[in-house]
Design a protein around this ligand. Sequence first.
Ligand code: URA
Length: 197
Amino acid sequence: MADERAQALQQLAGQVRICLECRLGATRGVAVPGEGPLDAELLWVGEAPGAAEDAAGLPFVGASGRFLRHEMHEAGLDPAAMYITNIVKCRTPGNRRPRVDEIAICTGLYLVRQMALVAPKAVVALGATAAGALLADTVKMTQEHGAWRQDYNLTAQGLPVFITYHPAAALRSERWRAELHADLQALADGRWRMAYG
Ligand code: URA
């Protein structure tokens, strides 16, 4: 079973790497499927690969990724135990926000299947774009960071979604940095497992 899931996840990554289903296929460097162990308890979702990820083919390896992994360590969360991916798997031109059709195509083809295969206990939405794509109703980040929601937009799985800032946004604001830090500490204390685990 685990072997089959691992194989399916690998196949999916192969499909992502050659994907031309939306316009981003024409401008990206390397598509970035995501990475992490099959039995990850938490699946983290960012917005889209940046320049460093588009060159490396790996998620969150640039400045915001280094900061995110640092914050995970600080909170006592092991980045190597997390499944880390993005709403869209290709870099957007000039790092613009992914468009509605790009999000719909990419999540429908890939993220939904990744979530089903990894079957995490919960999803962490990094930033308003990820949270907005995962959840049915608009997310007001400054009010809802650190909160859990289950008004799921993508599937009927009903996975709980933890909302926090995108690390790139947190790098730009001392206040958001402190709030992201506190959010990850709260996530790491594990009390959510009593409600959702
Ligand atoms: N920002 C994201 O949202 N995802 C990455 O993989 C890198 C930067």
